[in-house]
Design a protein around this ligand. Structure first.
Ligand code: ATP
Ligand code: MG
Length: 437
């Protein structure tokens, strides 16, 4: 993509409405623009990051055996009356009437809709287990939308729902998602700590939140420092017993401030980390909370009908964009982890119009695109300082700087955004290195 054509409305000034660094950087880097309180437009740079996060989330959900569906954003209130949540869910639910005066709502979550899909289509224990997920927009009329996309009113969520015959199998589905979450957040370049949690309006008996540490986090968190060093599980056999992995991760102390046990924490001494955190995922096991009132059942092997055990599993996909920036930035701007970067490489032409620079850039641009690298080519006729500042601001993992002096020597400068380390390489060596990343 040529930057001269790319829609990238960067801002030099720090927007005053933004209180936290990720919000400021998302506005300055031209990723999002607010449409109304807590409702955002995603511009091309932001949309590319969102798509990359979606892809990682999707691959890990698929890997754990979940199947992707798409449910409506607008739901009929009837199902919520059936589950008993229509009155119980507070003013966060956006209630709408259609032209026939029927009660509708913009879904804040989808337990009712997915339970309805299940009961209409699945009849036998032989069809279990099932885990259905979607990556879709939710609306919650938050009292105080703030921190940009971190606490929006309309936001993108991955929500999965598991259906099983009995408690043990349902717990296995919960464990599968637990492990998939550890892997997902690690691939996104984040350290996420699972913490036992309350289940709130979703309900249920077992629940964990996944918290990313960042100074601007909404909740205070305390945990054993070993949790921050643990690598996510690799080569997972999702059919095997996953309980030992779960026990390893939940056996170490971790709590948010409401749950903090000062007795327990003191014993950890220097191993205790106290920090602030951002909730990026939340999983719930709630058994028959929805399948009982909504009669979601299967015929068991004994010929008797039994209501299924369920869980639901959320990831705040749009919130993750902010959380990743909170965890990966410096004074110059964003530092994207490779897995979510909107482009792999930023190619900077320091002297647009100079035949040698233009030709070198074209060679590198074409070669990298041929190797399916995403390249943002700064071909604007602008000052070097502006180009460097913009490229650092938008945080692409690699920068290739092409200037007249270097080109005359047959080299370009390659810079790694995260470390600032620069090296001079021949065109061929630079292309070869960026092809291997
Ligand atoms: P919170 O405690 O932050 O209000 P929640 O517990 O109400 O979140 P869940 O129902 O657990 O949220 O939703 C699953 C995930 O969706 C959360 O872990 C979070 O990452 C994300 N999420 C929830 N509310 C918002 C929001 N208003 N804006 C952006 N993401 C959100
Ligand atoms: Mg939650």
């Amino acid at each position: 993509m040529r930057l001269s054509r790319f829609f990238l409305p960067t801002l030099k000034e720090t927007p005053t409405e933004a209180q936290i660094v990720s919000h400021r950087l998302m506005l300055r880097a031209g990723m999002v623009r607010q449409h109304a309180a807590g409702i955002y437009n995603w511009l091309p740079l932001g949309a590319r990051v969102l798509q990359n996060i979606i892809q990682v989330v999707r691959e890990e959900q698929d890997g754990a055996g979940a199947q992707e569906i798409i449910m409506p954003t607008i739901q009929s209130a009837d199902l919520w009356k059936e589950s008993g949540r229509y009155d119980a869910y507070g003013p966060e639910m956006l209630r709408i009437k259609d032209r026939h005066e029927r009660d509708m709502l913009y879904g804040p979550t989808h337990e009712e809709v997915v339970t309805d899909i299940f009961r209409n289509n699945i009849k036998s224990y032989r069809d279990l287990p099932k885990n259905l997920y979607q990556i879709h927009w939710k609306f919650r009329d938050e009292v105080r939308p703030r921190f940009g996309v971190m606490r929006g009113r309309e936001f993108l969520m991955k929500d999965a729902y598991s259906f099983d015959l009995d408690y043990a199998r349902s717990k296995h589905a919960y464990n599968q998602m637990f492990v998939a979450y550890l892997r997902t957040f690690a691939r996104l370049g984040l350290k996420a700590i699972p913490m036992k949690a309350d289940s709130g309006p979703i309900g249920g008996d077992l629940s964990h939140e996944f918290i990313v540490l960042a100074d601007t986090g909404e909740s205070a968190v305390f945990c054993h420092k070993a949790l921050l060093e643990k690598p996510a599980p690799d080569n997972v056999d999702y059919e095997a017993d996953l309980q030992p992995i779960i026990d390893e991760w939940t056996g170490l102390y971790a709590a948010t401030d409401e749950k903090h046990d000062a007795a327990a924490a003191e014993k950890l001494g220097a191993d205790l980390v106290s920090a602030r955190g951002i909730e990026v995922g939340h999983i719930f096991h709630f058994g028959k909370k929805y399948s009982d009132p909504m009669k979601a059942s299967v015929i068991g092997s004994d010929g008797n009908s039994t209501n299924v055990f369920m869980g639901s599993y959320g990831i705040g996909v749009s919130r993750l964009v902010g959380a990743i920036i909170e965890a990966n930035h410096d004074e110059h701007g964003i530092v994207w982890p490779d897995s979510v970067a909107p482009f792999d490489v930023g190619l900077i032409n320091l002297k647009v119009g100079d035949a040698a620079c233009d030709a070198a850039c074209k060679t590198i641009y074409d070669a990298l695109r041929l190797k399916r690298r995403d390249v943002l080519y700064d071909d604007r006729d602008d000052r070097a300082g502006v180009k460097f500042a913009d490229m650092d601001l938008i945080g692409l993992p690699w920068q290739v700087v092409v200037g007249p002096k270097a080109v005359a020597k047959g080299v370009v400068e390659l810079k790694r955004r995260a470390t600032g380390v620069k090296e001079e390489l021949s065109f061929e060596a630079a292309i070869a290195k960026l092809t291997l990343i």
